[in-house]
Design a protein around this ligand. Structure first.
Ligand SMILES: [Fe+2]
Length: 470
């Protein structure tokens, strides 16, 4: 039987007991396959749900999954597909149950640019259906996109007691919890959750990612390199590979192995995936900017990357993308592209009222301008732009490890501006957060040297050397 809009819905449930209005088992099973692809970052979830919808065009939850999953791309190139899927779901709304109406309202809010409103609606769905794994996935991942640090953890906390190992997908819930706990600096519990998740399903790049974040934040560089290698067969062929290579490169960067960093960049980050894949391009940009802060020559790599970002210079869709585009335009001296991006953002901030406006205005634009200052040698101005916003940078979205690029730029600019008191304070702060980082102690040594305190400089340098030797 195929339901048409207006037909009464018979009751059906998915494998977690969550109600589905379209009672065809093969459609529900097909959605489960597509969800598993999205959760395990292994395959093409959109292609899979398209196959299901080919046989079941009235399967509203299939259209809603497609629209919702496409929200997570944060890219204009998938925007039309996202809107089309939402429209198809809208036409089927009379057959929908309350849960599905919630998913539809969330996607519609997103399309209006109300990202925070969309999260609230998905949260409401999750409150009523705590085993709605799709709602949980969307709340958690969107909280990461929007920089709601506490929400990333607590969306899982609110439902966790209602899950157990007997429910399909529990390992993914553990993976979400692991990452949320890590971002809230509960590293011990985060690692435990992550490793429990991996014990259930080793092919789980999100849990591997969460554990690698724990190791990054704790400065366990050698352990991190080993962990990524030991688990390589579970992530190197996944859709998460690019970002996990970026994490691997960070471990090597922190122990000063820049040759390996460049090798990873060339073999795995530069143009590794789909042309225009923003997540891949932003990881590549962020790695090159870190090398720039260390004054390492990266040859023509900036040019290649800036070529990839230029078509989206005026997107103003997501401030997190814009700052990474700006990195490439600044580093490759593309004044026209810089101006286009800045003017598009200024116009957008004046006229729009969507969720991304606040992200752009408060953090995105100041960081874009600060990077320009840095590159053009106005280090004092770079410091003055970043210092007031440094504790609000989470509003840009992404992870602490990703946003560390802002704090690191501020520190390097303070050093180059010869504001050594400030540089020492910032370097001390970094050492307190990650005392096993040789680079952080070298910054302390450099600041002391600038202040003329040779004995403290030597002491900090010795500590950095000891860490490198270990
Ligand atoms: Fe990450």
């Amino acid at each position: 039987m195929t339901l048409s809009p207006g037909s009464p819905a018979r009751s059906a449930t998915d494998c977690r007991g969550v109600p589905v209005s379209y009672p065809h088992r093969d459609a529900i099973d097909g959605l489960e396959r597509a969800m598993e692809i999205s959760l395990s970052f292994n395959g093409d979830a959109v292609a899979e749900i398209d196959r299901v919808l080919g046989d079941h065009p009235n399967f509203i939850m299939g259209h809603l999954f497609k629209a919702a999953w496409l929200t997570q791309a944060m890219e204009t190139r998938v925007y039309d597909d996202m809107v089309a899927a939402a429209k198809r779901a809208e036409a089927l709304a009379p057959t929908a149950n309350d849960r599905e109406k919630g998913h539809l309202a969330a996607v519609q809010a997103w399309i209006r640019g109300d990202f925070y409103g969309a999260v609230q609606i998905w949260e409401d769905v999750l409150t009523h259906y705590p085993r709605d794994l799709l709602a949980l996935e969307l709340v958690h991942l969107t909280d990461v996109l929007l920089g709601d640090v506490v929400g990333q953890r607590d969306c899982v906390a609110r439902v966790f007691n209602l899950w157990d190992e007997g429910l399909p997908g529990y390992e993914f819930v553990l993976g979400f919890y692991s990452f949320g706990l890590e971002e809230n600096r509960d590293f011990h519990q985060a690692e435990e959750m992550g490793r429990r998740s991996l014990a259930m399903r080793p092919h789980n790049p999100y849990a591997i990612h969460a554990v690698s974040h724990v190791m990054e934040m704790q400065g366990r560089q050698q352990g991190g390199i080993r962990f990524m290698e030991d688990n390589g067969r579970y992530w190197k062929a996944s859709n998460f590979a690019n970002h996990l290579w970026w994490h691997t490169a960070l471990f090597h960067l922190d122990v000063g192995d820049t040759n390996r960093v460049l090798e990873i960049y060339d073999r795995h980050l530069r143009g590794a995936g789909h042309e225009g894949d923003k997540y891949e391009e932003l990881d590549a940009s962020a790695l090159l900017w870190r090398l720039k802060l260390l004054d390492i020559d990266t040859g023509t790599r900036w040019k290649d990357l800036a070529d990839r970002w230029e078509p989206s210079a005026q997107d103003t869709l997501y401030a997190f993308n814009d700052v990474h585009a700006m990195m490439t335009f600044v580093a490759d001296d593309r004044r026209d592209a810089q101006d286009r991006l800045l003017h598009a953002n200024e116009r957008y901030c004046e006229s729009a009222s969507d969720a991304n406006v606040a992200m752009s205005r408060e953090i995105g634009l100041p960081f874009c301008l600060a990077m320009k200052d840095f590159h053009e040698g106005r280090y004092g101005q770079c410091v003055d732009r970043l210092l007031p916003v440094r504790y609000r940078t989470h509003r840009l979205g992404g992870s602490f490890a990703q946003r560390d690029i802002i704090g690191w730029t501020l520190l390097e600019a303070a050093m180059r501006a010869r504001r050594f008191d400030l540089a020492l304070a910032l370097a001390n702060e970094r050492c307190a957060l990650k005392p096993t980082s040789a680079r952080n102690w070298e910054y302390v040594a450099r600041a002391f040297r600038g202040l003329g305190d040779r004995s403290n400089a030597e002491r900090a340098h010795a500590r950095a050397q000891a860490l490198m030797a270990a």
